[in-house]
Write a protein that binds this ligand. Structure first.
Ligand code: FNR
Length: 360
């Protein structure tokens, strides 16, 4: 259908399912095991209702915000997702261009289909990007990557901590993928990929280098090699948020990797309700502006969105991703007016009915 017929983020998914390759759809859409966490990520938002305020002058609504010192036109970022070329020949570069025109922050994944430099080069002057890091068992490789990201002006290092083993995404495992289908991830996996079973889907073919020994001590090492703010991506209980704050991390992303890792990991919005006073991002299952507003009301500083932008990229390219941003902007503007808030900072707990969440 014509892009003008797309009314919400779910519409992109419907089109993507029709027109994407089997491999691409299986890799992007899949979640772990029976996809219960995948489902709950979004459904959990549907348990939360608003407490709107009336008679507020909402003629002007300002949706801009700042995340990790980076200005953003809207209170969300494009989170890191691997293998952009499975959806579009220009893959991650499409996301970079759309973010550039729209003033949105992009988190570049370690396992992008394009090299880090190709994606960084695609950014326009002043465009802010973050970097998602999968830690290599060979720390020299990791150190080189981190230092290079810093030199290139990356504004935040997001270390993925929810993937010491790979979740079973069975839809993906049923599809054949070898890492030499993607020259960049092949380079990243170099030595290890030789032992990989190529008939176990994309995720298994690309992630053999990830270090299962990664632990809290290593985070101190990262602090010694970079001045970039360090954010732990994949925190799933409040105790770990406290520990991250104690050791001087700049923030956390409450995330279960979009339901792709631990099956029965909690819905991020419920974990958010447990945590107080920290720089917090949340991702997973965010599909509507109202989801974003609920997360912001519960105390996070911005949200990450993954699959919807992949589907928009895969179906309508850059225009599609820009349209996805526009849809969220329009939804945000209207719903902010309807709950009686005129800027992102206005949002606080008083706007949500937290009965039924884990809020302590
Ligand atoms: C991801 N995610 C992810 N996270 C990460 O730290 N490194 C990675 O390489 C990837 N790759 C990846 C690929 C695909 C296809 C998906 C869907 C997700 C997880 C991602 O950053 C984020 O946590 C979720 O996508 C958020 O959930 P939604 O918005 O997709 O529901």
């Amino acid at each position: 259908p014509d892009l003008s017929k797309i009314l919400n983020l779910f519409d992109f998914e419907l089109v993507a399912r029709q027109i994407m390759t089997n491999n691409g759809w299986a890799y992007y859409s899949s979640g772990a095991d029976d996809e219960i966490t995948l489902r709950e990520n979004h459904l959990a938002y549907q348990q939360i209702f608003f407490r709107p305020r009336i008679l507020i002058n909402v003629s002007n609504v300002d949706l801009s915000t700042t995340m990790l010192g980076c200005p953003s036109k809207l209170p969300f970022y494009v989170t890191a997702t691997a293998l952009g070329k499975l959806g579009h020949a220009d893959g991650e570069k499409i996301l970079t261009r759309a973010c550039g025109t729209s003033g949105i922050i992009q988190m570049i994944p370690t396992l992008a289909s394009f090299s880090f430099d190709e994606i960084a080069d695609e950014a326009i002057d002043g465009q802010n990007q973050w970097f998602q890091l999968y830690v290599n068992s060979d720390r020299k490789v990791t150190e080189r990557i981190v230092r290079h990201a810093e030199e290139r002006g990356i504004k935040g290092l997001f270390i993925t901590v929810d993937a010491p083993a790979l979740g079973r995404r069975e839809k993906d495992m049923r599809s054949k993928f070898s890492s030499d289908q993607d020259s960049n991830v092949q380079k990243i996996n170099e030595k290890e990929s030789k032992q990989i079973d190529r008939n176990q889907g994309a995720a298994r073919a690309i992630s053999s280098f990830i270090d299962t020994s990664l632990n809290w001590e290593d985070i101190k090492w990262f602090q010694s090699i970079t001045k970039m703010p360090i954010i732990l991506k994949g925190v799933q209980r409040w105790e770990d948020a406290v520990r991250a704050a104690e050791i001087g991390c700049s923030g956390i992303v409450i995330s279960n990797h979009g339901g792709r890792q631990l099956e029965f990991a909690p819905a991020p919005v419920e974990v958010l309700a447990e945590i107080e006073k920290f720089l917090i991002f949340v991702d997973g299952g965010i599909r509507r502006a109202t989801d974003i507003m609920k997360a912001l009301s519960l105390g996070c500083n911005g949200v990450g969105i993954g699959r919807p932008f992949l589907y928009a990229m895969s179906t309508y390219g850059q225009e599609g991703v820009e349209k996805a941003f526009d849809i969220l902007r329009d939804e945000l503007e209207m719903n902010m007016r309807l709950i009686g808030a005129t800027k992102i900072d206005d949002l606080n707990e008083s706007f949500v009915n937290i009965k039924g969440t884990g809020k302590r």
